[in-house]
Design a binder for this molecule. Sequence first.
Ligand SMILES: C[S@@+](CC[C@H](N)C(=O)[O-])C[C@H]1O[C@@H](n2cnc3c(N)ncnc32)[C@H](O)[C@@H]1O
Length: 212
Amino acid sequence: MNEIKNELTDYAEKFTSGESDVLQELRRECYEKYEDSSMLSGFFQGRVLAMFSKMIRPRVVLEIGTYLGYSALCFAEGLADGGKVITLDVNEETNKVARSFVEKSEYADRIDFRLGPATEIIPTLDETFDLVFIDADKPNYSNYYNLIFDKARPGGFIIADNVLWSGKVLDAEKDENTQALHDFNQMVQADDRVSNVLLPIRDGLMVVCKNV
Ligand SMILES: C[S@@+](CC[C@H](N)C(=O)[O-])C[C@H]1O[C@@H](n2cnc3c(N)ncnc32)[C@H](O)[C@@H]1O
């Protein structure tokens, strides 16, 4: 079954538009040099995120969890004229690398990096978000959702990554991260202010639309 799934994944990738040279170089460097390279969204999910952004045409994207800037660059592809991606991370080292790749791209003036714990930065942001991507520490997913909710535009979107957590959300005994993600999924599902769909893409994307 896995083999068929892998063949179908390859087929889906084959019939998906390519990424920019900068994204390709960034992915190559990540896989070569970083032990935690699985944190990067990757080719197929990156194309899905870029496509969402092109469909939404956001003025302001908030990303929680920059890592090497791969997904920020994907979201930048769909920005409305004058739009920007604000991206948050705590890690100075990976942030430097992310900045260097963004500098090489056509989106250098459209990605706004903020360094520090997201729970401290989000309350200081005055923007209204058209799209929020939650992709940082798992125990804070529900906190992030609650912190950004009133700052999201009615009709705006919230996307959370890794909500299937390699299938561990099905385990009877859940570790801290798995429990946090399962609690997050339950909280979103019970929230009558939104509609949502959990897409089984890569490690699971929860896509949420805030009611108008
Ligand atoms: C999965 S990676 C992000 C991947 C990136 N969005 C992508 O798709 O290429 C998670 C990032 O969250 C950051 N992070 C962890 N805890 C954080 C916190 N409390 N506030 C902000 N960022 C945090 C980590 O440093 C890491 O770079």
